[in-house]
Design a protein. Sequence first.
Length: 181
Amino acid sequence: NGCIVSNNSAGFGGGVCLGVANNSLISSNRASLYGGGACSNTLNNCILTANNGGKFGGGAYQSTLNNCTLVNNTASDYGGGAYGGNLGNCTIVSNSVYSSGGGAYSAVLNNCIVYYNRSPKNSNIYSGNLNYCCTTPLPTGGWGNITNEPVFVNLAGGDFHLQTNSPCINAGNNTYVTSST
């Protein structure tokens, strides 16, 4: 709880693997295969930034993330921000991958913002199931998704709070909320 996990490397789960992290910063870790920041974890209220996931999942691989921010993570093949797993109430921004799914690849997302990610194809999301998310293009499956830009306070400065005119405010579904903050 409340840890900084930084500058580590492993074959998988460069930052954390097979555990639980709360209110932590997981930054600048590297995995040669998958899960640069995290692999097979449960993360609550964490920030995953500047991790490199090798082939899959720059920020996280097959993990459960609640109220997390994934920003500036990379992977070579799939899922710059996240590969697989379940993400709820997360912000996935400015991640990149060299193949497909810059933000997320084959994941289940509820009440998430997946925007401004980079990839040669499917820059924000590839495959998966999205409900009440803000992303573009509109996913083919799921409910309540919107494509409007999220209107962050300062995208370039890394302030991902929403401005008062953001279409994302009250656009989620309360059944997916896990905590009051």
